[in-house]
Design a protein around this ligand. Structure first.
Ligand code: SF4
Ligand code: SF4
Length: 382
């Protein structure tokens, strides 16, 4: 599917967005989008326009997130919730096979056939999906469960109209304007009494749905307003990853004393890996019932912050918080490039918002870059 903005665009109202949700549902898609739950904006099943977080925004800071009321009726007037789309394409628990009789044959869990439509995907999140495509589909071992979910996916992206307090996508060249990877992209225009939405197509399937909506042709004023929103979002982004070759920097500094400093704060809770839209590590476990006749194997999200994650032949290779944080950050920004040809970070800032002690990876990189020849700390792997 899907690429550059080469097809006609149009303008719809919120009624048109509601009509799009209805049309996708009639066509058999399960629409997933932003909704309010547990004092956060999370992604879940959307049935009507009323499920969207109309008039709400999120305030994000280091180790902080809270909802706030807006003074308008924006449907997409927030930055990013704690959950990415990862949990839909690469769910926290994936059944692999079951065996209903100990003497029988294991039956592989079939891949999902439900077609998903994602509503509200941001530019950095599209980049994260492209990175996970590379991980799950780009190598010799394709993941059939991910492939099945991905194959039927319809993507409605949204250009960001506000930069979250921890966003740094501009410095990672992954936002704030959506460039590719969508069927439709919306820009929410709030310069009139009621919101309107510039809709641009990225695929024939997107054009098919756009054709069914109540709309008018886009005018130059709509296009100019959309460009201004992306520029304002870009200009208001306060955080940035320091410029430079992060891969080389981290490769050259495995014993930098900053690793000790960050380890004094890190709780090794794994929150950062859970919220990160590109982290993909898993563990496999087998379950059986009390009779021992019914068994199942499943794959669960894992985290490089647990001691079990690097347990091999009688012990954990990374037994300290220092070595685990270093492993996470070095993989994200350095060895990920060797493995998959890109950075593993898209600048969404979730790991900064949801780290309970406020560790900020941009500050960690900045500290190492500021003094890359600092006296080495103890050179252990533990
Ligand atoms: S960096 Fe923060 S979120 Fe990540 S494991 Fe350490 S304390 Fe938890
Ligand atoms: S490392 Fe942090 S900022 Fe980068 S993609 Fe993951 S959660 Fe987002």
């Amino acid at each position: 599917m899907i690429n550059a903005l080469s097809m006609p665009c149009a303008v719809v109202t919120a009624v048109g967005v509601g009509a799009l949700i209805a049309a996708l549902r009639r066509d058999g898609y399960r629409v997933i989008g932003p909704t309010l739950r547990d004092q956060a904006i999370v992604v879940d099943t959307i049935r009507t326009l009323d499920d969207l977080p109309r008039g709400w925004t999120d305030h994000q800071e280091v180790a902080g997130y809270r909802l706030q009321r807006r003074d308008d009726a924006a449907l997409f007037g927030y930055a990013l919730g704690p959950q990415g789309w990862k949990r839909l394409l690469h769910p926290p628990v994936q059944p692999l096979w079951q065996m209903a009789d100990a003497a029988g044959e294991p039956a592989a869990s079939p891949p999902e056939t439900e077609r998903l439509a994602f509503l509200g995907v941001r530019a950095c999140e599209l980049r994260a999906i492209a990175i996970q495509d590379r991980v799950f589909l780009g190598g010799a071992a394709r993941d059939p469960h991910y492939a099945a979910r991905r194959a039927g996916l319809f993507v409605i992206a949204v250009n960001c109209g506000t930069a979250g307090g921890n966003c740094f996508c501009v410095s990672m060249a992954s936002g704030p304007r959506v460039e590719s990877g969508f069927d439709l992209v919306l820009t929410e225009l709030l310069d009139e009494a009621t919101p309107r939405y510039l809709v641009e197509c990225g695929s024939d399937n997107g054009a098919k749905f756009l054709a069914t909506l109540p709309k008018r042709a886009a005018e130059e004023t709509d296009l100019a307003a959309a460009r201004a929103i992306s520029e304002a979002t870009r200009a208001s982004m306060r955080r940035a990853m320091p410029a430079g070759d992060h891969a080389a920097l981290l490769r050259a500094n495995p014993t930098h004393p900053r690793w000790d400093e960050v380890a004094r704060r890190c709780l090794t809770c794994g929150n950062c890996t859970a919220v990160c839209p590109t982290c993909f590590c898993t563990a496999i476990s087998d379950q059986s019932d009390i009779t021992g006749r019914n068994m199942a194997r499943e794959r669960r999200w894992d985290s490089c912050f647990t001691s079990e994650f690097s347990f091999i032949h009688g012990g954990s290779v990374r037994s300290s918080g220092r070595s685990r944080y270093r492993q996470w950050l070095t993989h994200k920004l350095s060895t990920w490039v060797d493995q998959f040809g890109s950075s593993g970070c898209v600048g969404c800032g979730r790991c900064i918002t949801w780290c309970p002690v406020g560790i900020d990876l941009t500050e960690e990189v900045r500290a190492i870059a500021a003094n890359p020849t600092a006296e080495e700390s103890r050179d252990d792997n533990a």
